[in-house]
Write a protein that binds this ligand. Sequence first.
Ligand SMILES: Cc1cc2nc3c(=O)[nH]c(=O)nc-3n(C[C@H](O)[C@H](O)[C@H](O)COP(=O)(O)O)c2cc1C
Length: 313
Amino acid sequence: MKKNRICELFGIETPIIQGGMVWCSGWRLASAVSNAGGLGLLGAGSMHPETLIEHIRKMNLATDKPWGINIPLMYPEIGRLMDIIVGEGVKIVFTSAGSPKKYTNMLHEAGIKVAHVVSSSKFAKKCEEAGVDAVVAEGFEAGGHNGREETTTMTLIPQVRQATTLPLIAAGGIGSGAAMLAAEALGAEGVQIGTLFALAKESSASDAFKTMCTSLQEGDTMLCLKKISPTRLVKNQLYTRIAEAEEKGADAEELREILGKAASKRGIFEGDTDGGEIEIGQIASQIKTIDSVDDIMARLKKEYEETKYILTR
Ligand SMILES: Cc1cc2nc3c(=O)[nH]c(=O)nc-3n(C[C@H](O)[C@H](O)[C@H](O)COP(=O)(O)O)c2cc1C
């Protein structure tokens, strides 16, 4: 992808953003992506405030390129995290899972650039009203928490493009240079990639998680937990229990009981591939190897150029 508004906004060479991901995107992954010319994001959603401070300081030592932090706005100690971000001089924040109205002004006053993640054009409009600098439109294919309406990336991007004039980043199901080009054709100016980077060598996810996710077939993940927060999960033992309970009409409380404590930590970080939440996107079925960030970034750029050449010659 050529240098464009997303590159200018964040000061990066290529508009590839590594999505903030609980239990995956610590300083090792995020700094590798930034050093390779993209934008690495720390995933603050799984960090205690002290851990976040540690990762911010390690990021500053590991890269002199731009980088940012993803904060899911439902985080219980959100006020404390925001104070840390401002106090530590962080320059870029990607917010998700909440209203963009709440923190955008405060972050702007501290000189921080703000992007917000949405799964509908209605919420993209709200981002524009809230004055965010860029919007990430994430389709239903994506790993992690997901849109209730199940709108796919292919459907979402052109509608968000029509709904706002904001710099637009596409997310969900992007795992190749060809998919980057497709996102651009639909009106996106950058891509946010999660699944592919969650399975990179530098991701802090457990080896068991990476091994399981690189052996998935098409159809091995499903969206569930709409009564709590819609989440795409691999169909493991925990998923089967959730799906059976949902089939019988279980309420949010019963589902929380089945999940138990720290289900995503158990699945992603500790490698409990039967009893934990294995959050990954549909595109995992196309990823068969665990590669370094440098190799992934080089491949994405090469595939993008090659696909563009084939299509335009
Ligand atoms: C394991 C995992 C954890 C994630 N955690 C977060 C998170 O903490 N905050 C967030 O905004 N998005 C989270 N996401 C979504 C990603 O940031 C990204 O938008 C999404 O993965 C893009 O779709 P893809 O998985 O198809 O590449 C997560 C995704 C995965 C796979």
